[in-house]
Ligand binder design. Structure first.
Ligand code: GAR
Length: 211
């Protein structure tokens, strides 16, 4: 029997994407990996309650307690290295990681972004702001992207994308919810399973998915 990959999910807020991963593990859509740790950048994140309710180990690395990015990222690395983590998932983790962190886990960090990259992404585009920007621009389609993390914010190789229609009368909140339901909560668990099953390979900017 194949050994499951150890997954750490990094969170900062509500944790609905974490919940989608937990649900996928429960019903065996995520069967090649196990969520070993939920690490939060904030002690108040509701994602921690979701983890506790499901018997998953949690850890808080409060970013306010560290003088800078490098000290904070070193603390995160210590937590992850000591638990033999194979895959790191950024699920609403509102912090830009430094190059040491990203290089240590090269092609082993997956981020979920609530737009069709390369639209509405990069520095300053996170959470509800992404949906405000899409509505302000007047696009008819948006969606979500699961991608590997590189030093370019939201610029790493794309694993999966799913489009979502924008409807008349949408508010940023309504659109955010539709993008989560129709795209994020589906493609993130799938990307995690593909990674853990060893089905993803990166060639330049392109991610190949094998059968
Ligand atoms: C999600 O929509 C996620 O895609 C987004 O934050 C939300 C977190 O929600 N992430 C980014 O904008 C990263 N650039 P959640 O805590 O309920 O999963």
């Amino acid at each position: 029997m194949d050994v499951k990959k150890n997954i750490a999910v990094l969170v900062s807020g509500g944790g609905t994407n974490l919940q989608a991963l937990i649900d996928a593990e429960k019903d065996d859509r995520l069967k090649s990996g196990k969520i070993k740790l939920v690490l939060s950048s904030s002690p108040d994140a509701y994602a921690l309650t979701r983890a506790n309710d499901n018997g998953i180990e949690t850890c808080v690395a409060d970013k306010k307690k560290y003088p800078g990015r490098s000290e904070y990222c070193t603390a995160l690395l210590n937590e992850l290295d000591s638990r033999s983590i194979d895959l790191i998932i950024l699920a609403g983790f509102m912090y830009i990681l430094d190059s040491e962190f990203i290089n240590r886990y090269k092609n082993a960090i997956i981020n979920i972004h609530p737009a069709l990259i390369p639209s509405f992404c990069g520095d300053g585009f996170y959470g509800i702001r992404v949906h405000e920007a899409a509505l302000n621009y007047g696009v008819k389609l948006t969606g979500a992207t699961a991608h590997f993390v590189t030093e370019v914010t939201d610029g790493g190789p794309i694993i999966l994308q799913k489009a979502v229609e924008i409807k008349e009368g949408d508010t940023p909140q309504i659109l955010q919810r539709r993008v989560m339901e129709q795209a994020e909560w589906q493609i993130l668990p799938l990307a995690a399973e593909l990674f853990c099953a060893g089905k993803l390979s990166v060639e330049g900017r392109t991610v190949k998915i094998s059968e």
